[in-house]
Design a protein around this ligand. Structure first.
Ligand code: AMP
Ligand code: MG
Length: 397
């Protein structure tokens, strides 16, 4: 029996073995939310492109200011107009977003201006650069603004639009094949007979994969026979960039995934020291990466979150980043220690402490729905009230 692989070592192994499996394509920026940027983007212009006014008011040269001095308004500059050079000793009426005229170095907001017929007096002495948004305040020409591998967000759409960009080069979506296994499983919508349960991992994995921005090419189901498993895998190999499966990866007589993989490809069985989770099959079939997750739904979820998500993300060209934990104090004690890293499904109480859901069975999914994230309890560690542990909100996955 092979030794258990430590959690961190399994993550390293995924990172080591995985590489980008998709080509690039150029698409309209507006359709790019959730896609992975393939080429870093640098600013071709500065934003804003010119010094401009942050206020409705008056532009002057700060050195012209004197207490009680009456300024002539020598020009009017609405946003979008090209200003004249400021006549020395005068002021320009200016509006928010309008370019600052050469010769002016400050804007006095209109609330601080006193109109005297067609003249204006400024009672407070302005400082140079007041109320001016300088050229390049947001982005400088040449600056890298998004790096290859970042996932494009709605904020990026705004940012890139402000640079005048209409198209971006992204990675094509990863085509993911999903295989669920088990004679006991039937699809939701059918009538259950004795001994049967509904297939929840198929829809859950499809949803997780979609939610991460990938494309589910096929979601197939195989009975617990080598023949059925082989037919399904051969179908998936033909059209998918990567394959995930659930169940059938243990060493029981009804577990056929590993055997078929051995026939069709190159296989490593990992027993990872985590709970829930443990047996995972990692393989390559015709050059296509394959990750076989355990069948118990909470184990499927945890191993998807930690390992499949990382693998998919690297294969899709994304920067491989693990979710960031927060340190949270435990609101409970647990004397028992186990030899595996445990990912307890917990919620954060109003007191800010983490509370473990009472149901931590690897078969139970409601507990995960009723929790907010994982408390990572390292192998051979007790949980002590008031001590802090890394907490990973589900939203980080
Ligand atoms: P296995 O890894 O195939 O031995 O499955 C472990 C447990 O998970 C068994 O109780 C299965 O019935 C259950 N299971 C396996 N696949 C699924 C699935 N797709 N949906 C729901 N439960 C499953
Ligand atoms: Mg099974």
């Amino acid at each position: 029996m092979s030794a258990l692989l430590a959690f961190e070592d399994a993550l390293k192994e995924i990172k080591r073995s995985a590489s980008v499996r998709v080509d690039k394509q150029t698409i309209p920026l507006i359709n790019a939310v959730g896609r992975v940027l393939a080429d870093s983007i640098s600013a071709k212009i500065s934003v804003p492109p010119h010094d401009n006014s942050a206020m409705d008011g008056y532009a002057i040269a700060s050195s012209d200011w004197q207490a009680g001095k009456q300024f002539t308004v020598s020009q009017r500059i609405p946003a979008g107009h090209h200003p004249e050079v400021l006549i020395p000793g005068t002021c320009a009426r200016i509006f928010t977003g309008a370019n600052i005229p050469a010769g002016a170095d400050t804007v006095i907001m209109q609330e601080n201006a006193q109109l005297m017929g067609d003249k204006v007096i400024f009672n407070e002495q302005p400082e140079a650069a007041d109320n001016i948004r300088p050229r390049g305040q947001d982005m400088h020409m040449g600056q890298t603004v998004i790096k290859a591998g970042e996932k494009i967000t709605p904020i990026h759409i705004g940012l890139l639009s402000s640079l005048g960009i209409t198209d971006v080069t992204v990675f094509k979506q990863l085509n993911v094949g999903i295989l669920t296994t088990g004679n006991e499983l039937i699809p939701a919508g059918e009538q259950l007979s004795n001994g049967q349960i509904y297939n929840s991992n198929g829809p859950m994995l499809s949803a997780l994969v979609n939610h991460a921005g990938h494309h589910v090419r096929h979601c197939l189901h195989a009975a617990d026979t080598p023949e059925d498993t082989e037919i399904a895998l051969k179908t998936l190999i033909q059209s998918c960039d990567i394959i995930l499966s659930s169940g059938g990866v243990s060493v029981g007589e009804e577990d056929h995934v590993k055997g078929v993989l051995e026939k069709l490809g190159e296989v490593h069985l990992w027993k990872i020291a985590i709970k829930p989770g443990k047996p995972i099959v990692h393989a390559t079939l015709d050059g296509i990466p394959f990750l076989g997750l355990p069948g118990n739904p909470s184990s499927t979820l945890v191993t998807y979150h930690w390992f499949a998500r990382l693998l998919l993300s690297i294969c899709s060209g994304e920067m491989a980043e693990l979710p960031q934990p927060y340190l949270v104090d435990a609101g409970f004690n647990r004397d028992k220690t186990i030899k595996r890293d445990e990912f307890l499904r917990v919620s954060i109480g109003k007191d800010g402490l983490a509370y473990a859901h009472p149901q931590q069975s690897s078969g139970a999914l409601l507990a995960a729905c009723e929790s907010q994230g994982y408390l990572h309890v390292k192998a051979n560690t007790q949980v002590e009230y008031g001590y802090s542990y890394p907490f990973y909100p589900f939203s980080g996955f």
